[in-house]
Every structure is written in C-alpha cells, then in structure tokens.
Design a protein around this ligand. Structure first.
Ligand SMILES: NC(=O)c1ccc[n+]([C@@H]2O[C@H](COP(=O)([O-])OP(=O)(O)OC[C@H]3O[C@@H](n4cnc5c(N)ncnc54)[C@H](O)[C@@H]3O)[C@@H](O)[C@H]2O)c1
Ligand SMILES: [Zn+2]
Length: 388
C-alpha cells in the first residue's frame, strides 16, 4: 500500500459487501439478501445472494436494466423447475420474456447450439436493446453468456446460476464460450454479466454429486486464498451448511482474483487453476467420459499437493488435511489402479499452461496461499501422478 496508485488499485479491487433486507411484493423486508460488488476493468456488477430470490428477479433486473424484451436460456432439467416463477416475476416488473430450452449437459456447449439459440432469440423479437438471462449451471452460463456476447455485437447478460459450481465459480469473471471438437472452451469471449442472482433455495434440488463438484472448487479457493474457510469446511456439518455465507465468501475470493487479472494476462488469475493442470489431463485422458470436472480437479489437487511438498515446502500434515477434506465432501483422492496414466502426460502438452516446454504450475506453500512456479518439471508431475 506504498503509493497512492497502489491504494487506488486496492480500493478498486475491493469487493463491497452489504447485507440488506429485501423488499418483496407480499411481505416487506422478508429475506436477508447479501449484495456483493464485483469490479473488473471498466465493469462493476452486483451479485445478490439469498433465499427466495427467484420471485424477485424482475424487480432486481429493473434496478439495473430498462424495460425491454429478454430471453431466458435454460436447460431441460432446470427450465421445468424454475423458469415459470422467473417469467411471472419478469412480467410483473414490465419485462417480456421468451424461454429457450436446450438439452441438459455439456453437449449443448457448441457453436451450432449457440447459433441456433441466436436464431431463436431473433425470432422472438429480441434486438440490441434486449438482454439475455442464463438460468442453469455452468454449461448454460457459458452458452448464454457467449450468445449475449455475440448477439448484435453484445447485449447485457444476467446470470441466474443453479448449481453450486456455477454460483461460486463460473458465473463470476465473465468467461463465456463453447467447446470445439479439439477441446473445451476453445471459442469464447470475455463478457461480464450485468447482474448475478444466486437463489440459495435452488440448491435443494441439486443432485448430491453435483453439490460435491461445487465443493471441489470451494476447497480450491480455500487452499489458494482462505485458510480460515478451510478450517470452517473441516468443521462444517454436511446436513447443515450455511450456503449463503459460503457462496458469498467464494464469490469474493474469485472476484478479487479476477479483478486483478480480468484477461488472464498477469498470472494472478492462473492461481485459480490450482489442481487443474493434472485435472484437465485426467479429463482428456478418458475423453471427458466417466469423470466429472470436479472429480478430476479433486484428483489434480492431490497431485498438486504432492508437487507442492517437493517444490514449495507444503508440510505433509497440511497435504493430509487437504486429502481428508476432499474425502469428507465425497470427492475422489485416488486414481483407479488401471487408469491410463500415460494418457494424462500425453494430454499435458495441450494444456494452456504449458508454454514453450515450460509448465506454469500452481503450487501451495501452505493452506491459504498459492503461487505460480516455473521450476516444476514434467518429471515432478509424473511422479505425483504415479502416486495418485
Ligand atoms: N466460465 C467459467 O469461468 C467457468 C468456470 C468453471 C466451469 N465452467 C464450465 O461450467 C460447466 C460445468 O458447470 P456445471 O457443473 O454447473 O454443469 P451443468 O451446467 O451441466 O449442470 C450439471 C447438471 O445439473 C443440472 N442442474 C443444474 N441446476 C440444477 C438444479 N438446481 N436442480 C437440479 N438439477 C440441476 C443440469 O441440468 C445438469 O444436468 C463446464 O462446461 C465448464 O467448462 C466455466
Ligand atoms: Zn474448475
């Protein structure tokens, strides 16, 4: 904080948190809603977190965007559960909405699907004054954000994440995109949302494994940036999680990192890739079949801990605590004996973090901190994967 500039930067990157009582049509001041501000580059947007927010989506959007037409993009699992409530709230706030539903799952994250959605929203009468709402998990967030980024050269995007992973990770930071045959997320745009609405009650219908996948990224955030949250997670009763404060804490961590490095240029944002080098290798090794991203990242974090013990002085006790915590959230910490390990290494050369033969590998010297290391070799990674 030595120069006025540094101080100004610090102020700019600070996420502002306010908790206020939200006014609803039926009863005044019913829900405690957390509002946290995300600031990146030129943009700043609010993330509202609390129970029962779906019924007030229209009012929340009205504070940010002028009355106009919008499209809700959702998937076949999510739309039947939640879209009607949102549409009612939009109508009462003066917005006209069209609902566009795509098949649930990663296979919908394609350029063809994005093009088809653009055709549909044009057919529904959306124009440059319109906006898009993404209602779903990370797949819908990425697809709808990409559509918002390219339709009429860019219209506002409102994120209503419905998975834990989407709330704590993919809805923050503005990365949007679709997959190509050659790999995931190879086409895309950075398009920050105008507003993010996290209705915590939505998580009640999320299948247990999906919840665990969200916890993989939460544990990652704890390891790289928040030792206190790590202890909280160690003590948490799985049947009694305070999701509102957990989501808020994770939104703040991701927002702080993204604010410093919106376009992934300075290395700060790369810290979010802790566990992802080996994790992506595992996903690729079996062609994304039979292992989810969260499970692969869990295994990748165990490997990253092994490398961190060797190259960054991570104490073994802390490595063991990380493995125990992953296990507590039903995340895998050992690869099956017959897993094609060699394919993990073959996949590493496709990794974006593999630059001119050098790996930019994220290590943790101690829980709550992380740094980028350039002296991790492929041999170190191989040894860690052999041990998995
Ligand atoms: N943009 C980013 O910064 C970023 C970051 C991390 C991940 N991602 C992307 O996110 C995607 C993964 O996201 P995800 O794990 O949320 O997967 P997802 O969107 O496929 O959702 C998982 C499953 O849960 C269902 N579902 C969603 N909400 C539900 C609810 N409330 N109740 C019942 N079922 C529900 C979905 O229909 C789907 O079948 C990947 O494509 C990944 O690349 C993007
Ligand atoms: Zn991830």
């Amino acid at each position: 904080m030595s120069t006025p500039n540094a101080f100004a930067n610090w102020l700019r990157t600070l996420s502002q948190v306010t908790v206020f009582l939200f006014r609803t049509a039926k009863s005044q001041y019913r829900f405690a809603v957390i509002s946290t501000e995300v600031r990146t580059g030129q943009h700043s947007y609010r993330v509202l977190i609390g129970p029962g927010l779906l019924a007030t989506v229209g009012d929340a959007i009205k504070e940010k965007l002028p009355p106009s037409r919008c499209a809700i993009i959702s998937d076949t699992n999510v739309a039947p559960r939640f879209a009607e409530k949102i549409q009612r709230s939009l109508v009462s706030a003066g917005f006209e909405s069209a609902l566009i539903t795509v098949p649930a799952g990663e296979q919908s994250k394609t350029l063809e699907q994005a093009g088809a959605v653009c055709e549909e929203i044009l057919g529904a009468g959306l124009d440059r004054q319109s906006f898009v709402i993404g209602l779903g998990g990370g797949v819908i967030g990425d697809l709808s954000g990409f559509v918002a980024a390219i339709f009429q050269r860019g219209i506002p995007h409102v994120q209503i994440p419905t998975t834990l992973l989407a709330m704590v990770d993919s809805s923050i930071g503005g990365k949007t995109g679709v997959n190509m045959n050659a790999g995931k997320n190879l086409l895309g745009a950075v398009h920050q949302p105008s507003l993010v609405i996290d209705d915590i009650e939505i998580l009640k219908t999320l299948p247990r494994p999906e919840l665990s996948r969200g916890f993989a990224e939460i544990i990652k955030h704890a390891i790289i940036a928040d030792a206190e949250m790590f202890s909280t997670l160690q003590d948490v009763d799985l049947n009694n999680v305070d999701f509102a404060s957990l989501v808020r804490r994770n939104v703040e961590i991701k927002a702080r990192i993204v604010a410093k490095d919106e376009r992934d240029r300075t290395g700060e944002r790369a810290l979010l890739n802790f566990g992802h080098t080996v994790g992506h290798g595992i996903e690729r090794a079996i062609n994304y079949q039979g292992v989810s991203h969260g499970e692969a990242v869990s295994l990748g974090m165990v490997a990253a801990c092994e490398v961190s013990m060797k190259k960054a002085g991570l104490p073994k006790k802390q490595r063991d605590a990380i493995v125990d915590l992953l296990g507590k959230f039903q995340l895998p910490t050992k690869l099956p004996a017959n897993f094609p390990r060699q394919k993990i290494f073959d996949a590493l050369k496709f990794d974006k973090k593999f630059e001119q033969g050098q790996i930019r590998f994220v290590v943790t010297p101690k829980i709550g901190s992380a740094r980028l290391s350039r002296d991790v070799t492929l041999e170190d990674i191989r040894a860690a994967v052999e041990k998995l």
